[in-house]
Design a protein around this ligand. Structure first.
Ligand code: AMP
Length: 278
């Protein structure tokens, strides 16, 4: 695996690979890699000749400075995992490499997705996601981009960004299913920060999502949402939302494909998850 820290060197290499006809698959991450990230790499490996992964803890998408400060960094382990997963290129930029002094901040017209659910609880988060993805996509210019369903709303925002950048004929976004621990907890780098008791409780989010999925077809949705919230609160979670919405626009509407989205904090660690319904 080749490691690039400079964007200029990365783009020269990728351009050479593109010229000789290699299909380029890209997996952007913030590191502290787990099986979820590796399933994106494995999916990319199957369909591309060149697999590029980035590790960049993007400061502009953090709304809580403490969350940024405590974000786990496990670079040696990450490099080992990526090598084993036969990733070809790791891009490991510094903050000034991604946001040099010449970087101009833009406003991305993401629409209502920006302020719903995650956007409501993390103001500015999706502008930060769009900003870093704009930079990374313009450097890597992949044919295929791989992102995890765990971050459902983020996938939709990046899909919208690709349209805003008029890159929809160049880049195909593939959403990879959520990888879970044995007890159902969605894998996340933040799980590393859960205490022992909180880690045991954390599986309840998936239990409540599954209950909603299994009872959704023949139950009152508001009652399901209310009960799930109460169950989690009784176990000590601070619940931001657990809500059934249309999977194509994340608005409440009983029509079309539905998804149940959840965000809840336990022991100071905020966890998100979702399941597709019907
Ligand atoms: P992160 O490092 O958290 O920014 O995640 C990088 C990519 O991995 C994003 O596209 C995430 O959606 C994806 N990802 C994170 N956790 C999981 C998981 N449990 N299963 C599948 N993909 C995941």
């Amino acid at each position: 695996m080749i490691i690039f820290r400079k964007s200029g060197e990365l783009t020269i290499y990728i351009e050479e690979q593109r010229k000789i006809g290699r299909k380029i698959g890209f997996v952007p991450t913030m590191g502290a890699l787990h099986e979820g990230h590796l399933s994106l790499i494995a999916t990319a490996r199957k369909a591309n000749e060149l697999v590029v992964c980035s590790i960049f803890v993007n400061p502009t998408q953090f709304t809580n400075p403490e969350d940024l400060r405590l974000y786990p960094v496990m670079l040696e382990n990450d490099i080992r995992e990526l090598t084993t997963a036969t990733c070809d290129v790791l891009f490991l930029p510094s903050v000034p490499e991604i946001y040099p002094p010449s970087h101009q901040k833009k406003v991305y017209l993401i629409g209502s997705l920006e302020h719903l659910h995650e956007g409501k609880y993390r103001p500015g988060h999706f502008q930060g996601v769009a900003e870093v993805m704009d930079r990374l996509l313009s450097l890597v210019r992949p044919h295929n981009l791989y992102m995890g369903q765990k971050d459902f709303q983020q996938c939709m925002v990046v899909g919208k960004l690709i349209l805003l950048l008029h890159m929809e004929n160049e880049i195909k976004l593939t959403v990879v299913p959520t990888a879970r621990e044995e007890d159902g907890l969605a894998m996340s780098s933040r799980n590393l920060r859960l205490g022992k008791n909180e880690r045991i409780k954390a599986k309840s989010i998936y239990r409540e999502l599954k209950y909603i999925r299994d009872h959704y077809p023949y139950s009152n949705v508001e009652e399901l949402e209310r009960n799930a919230r109460t169950n989690l609160e009784n176990e000590g979670f601070l619940v931001d939302y657990i809500t059934v919405v249309n999977a194509n626009n994340l608005e409440p509407s009983a029509k079309g494909q539905q998804v149940v989205l959840a965000a809840a904090t336990i022991g100071g660690i905020r966890l998100i998850d979702n399941l597709l319904l019907n």
